[in-house]
Design a protein around this ligand. Structure first.
Ligand code: CDP
Length: 214
């Protein structure tokens, strides 16, 4: 079984995907975390988004995700980069890197490999449209930007970061993600859309669970 959770930035896709994985006892992959980890690697190596990336470069990037009990970790070449990839530096650049076909294909291969043997829930932007168009269940989460910024601000829990700058970053990412040529952010025709603006985490979760019959 494959479950795709797509949607706009900061709509709680990962939170829902993790809850589903736990409840149904299936695997979880955070596709955004792959794009973020690759961005971190490329920035550290001073490779900018305009450069063409050769195949040999990807052989130097090893990414793994571990989700156990309630804790999710992501490793880049053996280093735990879970918090680092959520930082502002990665957040403001990730969408420029995520436009690149070489990077997308690398991530697609990793995600499709993960789905070969086990049931899986994956969250992202193009999971139901491009990566797994035949997914058994597809959801699309959206919400008004002000509320998404408030929620992300609370999650970051850092008073030095202004809500306005989070809102700007979220809107910019949505804009780049939904207007790019390859795999733009958009609802799959057969996805079930949920406006999460005024719903609590558990309400969204219940709505999702109601649709999944196993
Ligand atoms: O959790 P949040 O909404 O902040 O974003 P994310 O899921 O971590 O994704 C970060 C960025 O990676 C997105 O803004 C996209 O630019 C890119 N991404 C993508 O292009 N395709 C995906 N399937 C997932 C993420």
């Amino acid at each position: 079984m494959i479950i795709a959770i797509d949607g706009e930035a900061s709509t709680g896709k990962s939170t829902q995907a993790k809850k589903i994985a736990k409840r149904l006892n299936i695997n979880y992959r955070d596709s955004g975390a792959y794009y973020r980890a690759i961005t971190l690697y490329l920035k550290r190596n001073q490779i900018n988004p305009q450069e063409t990336l050769g195949k040999d470069l990807f052989s130097k990037i090893d990414i793994s995700q571990k989700f156990k009990n309630d804790s999710f970790s992501i490793f880049l070449n053996g280093e735990d980069v879970t918090s680092k990839i959520r930082g502002h530096k990665v957040s403001v650049s990730v969408s420029e890197y995520a436009k690149k076909p070489e990077i997308r294909n690398f991530v697609y291969n990793l995600l499709r490999k993960s789905s070969k043997l086990n049931s899986i829930v994956v969250d992202g932007r193009d999971i139901g449209t491009v990566v797994f168009p035949d997914a058994d269940y597809k959801f699309f989460l959206y919400a008004i930007p002000e509320i998404r910024a408030q929620r992300r601000h609370k999650e970051i829990n850092d008073e030095t970061v202004k809500i306005e700058s989070i809102e700007r970053e979220i809107k910019e990412r949505d804009d780049i993600d939904s207007t790019r040529d390859i795999a733009p952010l958009k609802k799959a025709e057969d996805a079930y859309a949920i406006d999460v603006s005024y719903l609590a985490i558990d309400q969204v979760f219940e709505e999702i669970l109601e649709k999944i019959t196993i």
